[in-house]
Design a protein around this ligand. Structure first.
Ligand code: EPU
Length: 765
């Protein structure tokens, strides 16, 4: 290996090096370093990624997929731990007798060409190695670096610096490779029982760290708060400690600011100076102390180090703020061990949000099983936790181990609100809908849980833009509102953007905004005549309600009602004012907007029989009033209102006595009670065809009572499909198809649905 280090620094003879699996984060860092050192670097991978494209621009000869040709003529071949011996490039290199080495061996060889600083420990490696590299860079030491993730302040996960003598590297203890390094300086953050797939027990882990300590020629900086790290590090004659008290470097007067942390650094009892660290969390104060102690030992100017820590913005996926507005903050964190979760939740609390809401994806079955109890304990610190299925990370499932294991563990440890939400693909619907102003959402885990946060963040941006269109008291909005809460049939997937305007102005602003931005838009009322498919509704679903939309009053003998008023309410307001003719409305479950749009009717009367005028928003985004004679209204269809949106209507009736009105009201009610079901339904499913009423037809076809899952044709009335409890839209649609097919085949009648069927079969957002 020393031989390789020597060859790597021989400028006169650049090597031809091939990297198998170059798209991985560790391998791409090596590519950057080796190219920076002046070697001719090629790489292959199964996939092409943004990372491989970036590397190609910097000179990497990239090929995909892996081939035997790719390694031809290589002096050295480096492979990622994900590569198996059958890999064609790997097999060809071995057959050709080319030196084939592991990633960590190559990194060690590079590190030995410089004065290495290895950052090790169970938690906090990436953050701390980034802090060290950034601090040394700002202090003018021009270090090279190699860290485990993309760090915005560092520019990339690895960088070769031609002039500096130092190189900062994140050391990986997970597979024992820590023992490969002979650095000038080591940092040990903490040592815990982790990676028990590789190690027998904590003693075996300690051995690897002890080897590193023995191989370190200069300072061993360690955290005094960790007993195991202290035990291992103090074997060095040059051990340097940091911690909360009694250590060489300590922090005093810690002040948690919004998103940052201020403290005073004390070195062996003397004040060194102040730091305002650019990231939150007490555990990051410890990480910063590690960086400060190291930089100080290397002779860096404290003022420059302090300034660097102030501009430190943190690593991707390490308490990374993905969305921040007046109302909400979304943070993503890679934490997957109970200690990390505890630190992350404490940081979250320090930001003083209304509620800390967590979406946690457990990582690996082995860890979930081994540490279930500790997870159960630390999760109590959040106000609400949703736990998904386990992210396997190449492991096979262990029977009986799942996200639910942690929910059960949490129940044993307190009354924290921890629930199971197995499917990550749709978890964002539930979590996004749960959020309220003031909340802090953390997506937590080392797998792909961050994708849920990204989806919510993207949609929140759109939603909050819409909310800003009107004064706060004139509009409400939510993400992913389940449409089953807004349909009388209690069926349907989520609405991507659920919007409730409470004024004409807010309604018009929303409609115009969506039209300009190309956001799909639907207006829904009470959902009494609506069937939403299980995949939900993409775009904006506007539900006018409250304010002017819920007002219903009598003026000059006419009833004026907003689009959000229930027809039953119109009927009772009219009755109280002695206006007759509205009694048929008592049994219609919908509201004014929907009734206008489809010209709803019952007992031989239709909505437009009583309309005097309608106020609506027209296609140009203008609010206009049109009188009855200017509007064409057909049986269950008003062409004009397919494009325009009704906002309010004026209805006419005839003065009548209270007794006469009550009589008709009672007649309607008793007819409905005897001829229509009370179970959840969307009213009549089909329009009555000219030949015969649809209900009678279904009855004659013998289809009453037939079902698909929980969706059933009512025994009371053939034109009703009822939800027997938890029916899905696809079940309802299957019943509809069955009836249509039977009507077509037996009677040659083409039934047309009266209910509007909206939305998508599959989730698309
Ligand atoms: N019939 C049967 N078997 C059945 C159902 C009905 O033989 O299972 C017969 C009835 O005996 C009657 C005829 O079919 O002779 C018509 O039935 P009904 O009087 O119940 O009226 P409908 O046409 O089925 C219409 C509206 C209802 C409204 C009622 C009452 C349509 C599609 N439906 O029903 O509106 O409540 O009149 O006025 O126009 C709705 O639109 O959602 C709705 C429920």
């Amino acid at each position: 290996m020393n031989d390789l280090s020597a060859r790597l620094t021989d400028r006169d003879h650049p090597l031809r090096i091939h990297l198998i699996g170059v798209a991985g984060s560790g391998m791409s860092g090596l590519a950057l370093l080796l190219m920076g050192m002046g070697h001719r670097v090629s790489g292959s991978d199964r996939v092409t990624s943004g990372e491989t494209e970036r590397l190609q621009k910097l000179g990497l000869a990239f090929s995909s997929p892996h081939t035997a040709e790719a390694v031809q003529g290589a002096d050295v071949v480096v492979y990622s731990s994900a590569i198996r011996p059958e890999n064609s490039a790997y097999a060809a290199a071995t057959a050709a007798g080319t030196p084939v080495i592991r990633r960590a061996v190559c990194l060690a060889a590079i590190l030995h060409t410089r004065k290495g600083i290895v950052v090790s420990g169970t938690h906090g490696k990436t953050t701390t190695s980034s802090m060290v590299a950034h601090s040394l860079r700002e202090a003018g030491l021009q270090p090279s670096h190699y860290v485990g993730a993309e760090i915005p302040v560092l520019g990339a996960n690895a960088r070769w610096s031609e002039d500096g003598e130092w190189m900062v590297a994140e050391g990986d203890e997970s597979d024992g490779t820590l023992a490969l390094y002979h650095p000038a300086c080591s940092i040990i953050l903490n040592i815990e029982a982790e990676h028990l797939d590789h190690y027998k027990d904590l003693d075996e882990i300690k051995e690897v760290f002890t080897t590193l300590v023995n191989q370190t020629s200069g300072p061993v900086v360690y955290c005094k708060e960790c007993a195991v790290a202290t035990e291992v590090a103090t074997k060095s004659a040059q051990a340097v400690s940091y911690g909360w008290s009694g250590a060489d470097y300590t922090a005093a007067e810690i002040r948690e600011l919004r998103g940052a942390t201020a403290f005073t650094v004390v070195r062996n009892g003397e004040i060194l100076g102040d730091v305002e660290l650019g990231i939150p969390g007490r555990h990051n104060v410890l990480n910063a102390l590690a960086a400060i102690a190291t930089a100080d030992k290397l002779g860096a100017d404290f003022r420059l180090v302090s300034r660097a820590l102030n501009t430190f913005a943190g690593a991707k996926r390490r308490f990374e703020t993905k969305y921040l507005s007046q109302r909400l903050r979304i943070v993503d964190d890679y934490g997957h061990h109970p200690t990390e979760l505890a630190a992350t939740l404490q940081t979250a609390r320090s930001l003083k949000p209304g509620r800390v809401v967590v979406l946690f994806q457990p990582h690996r079955y082995t860890r979930t099983q081994a540490l279930a109890d500790d997870f159960g304990k630390v999760l109590q610190a959040a106000d609400k936790v949703f736990v998904t299925d386990v992210y396997p990370a190449s492991e096979l499932p262990i029977p009986g181990v799942s996200g639910a294991t942690l929910v059960e563990a949490a129940k044993r440890h307190g009354d924290g609100d921890v629930v199971s939400l197995p499917n990550l693909a749709t978890a964002h619907h539930v979590v996004g809908n749960f959020l309220e102003p003031g909340d802090l959402l953390i997506t937590l885990g080392a797998g792909n849980v961050h994708e849920a946060g990204t989806r919510i963040a993207n949609d929140l941006k759109v939603l909050e833009e819409i909310l800003r269109l009107a004064p706060v008291d004139e509009i409400d909005a939510k993400l992913y509102e389940p449409m089953r809460r807004h349909t009388t049939m209690l069926v349907g997937g989520p609405a991507q953007f659920w919007i409730e305007p409470h004024s004409f102005g807010a309604f018009a602003a929303v409609v115009n905004h969506c039209r300009e931005r190309g956001i799909a838009l639907r207006v829904v009322g009470r959902g009494s005549n609506l069937l939403v498919r299980d995949g939900g509704m993409r775009g904006a679903v506007v539900h006018p309600s409250g304010g002017v939309f819920s007002e219903c009053r009598v003026e000059d003998g006419k009833v004026i009602a907003g689009a959000g008023v229930r027809l039953k309410k119109v009927a009772s307001v009219a009755q109280a004012a002695g206006i007759g003719g509205f009694e048929w409305m008592e049994g219609i479950p919908g509201n004014v907007g929907g009734a206008l749009r489809m010209n709803a009717g019952a007992m031989g009367t239709e909505t437009f029989d009583q309309v005097a005028s309608v106020t609506f928003l027209d296609e140009d985004g203008e609010i206009r009033v049109r009188s009855r004679d200017e509007i064409v209204a057909n049986y269950r269809d008003v062409p004009e209102l397919r494009r325009n949106f009704a906002l309010q209507a004026v209805f006419e009736g005839k003065p009548d006595t209270a007794e006469a009105i009550q009589g008709r009201w009672d007649a309607s009610r008793s007819k409905r009670r005897t001829s229509q079901p009370v179970a959840a339904s969307a009213g009549c499913i089909f329009k009555n065809p000219t030949e015969t009423p649809a209900g009678k037809l279904v009855d004659e076809l013998g289809l009453k009572g037939c079902n698909e899952g929980k969706a059933r044709v009512s025994e009371v009335h053939g034109n009703f499909i009822v939800n027997g409890g938890g029916a899905t839209a696809s079940e309802v649609l299957a019943v509809i198809e069955r009836i249509k097919a039977a009507a077509r085949e037996s009677r040659g009648i083409e039934l047309e649905t009266e209910v509007k069927v909206l939305g998508e079969d599959e989730y698309t957002f």
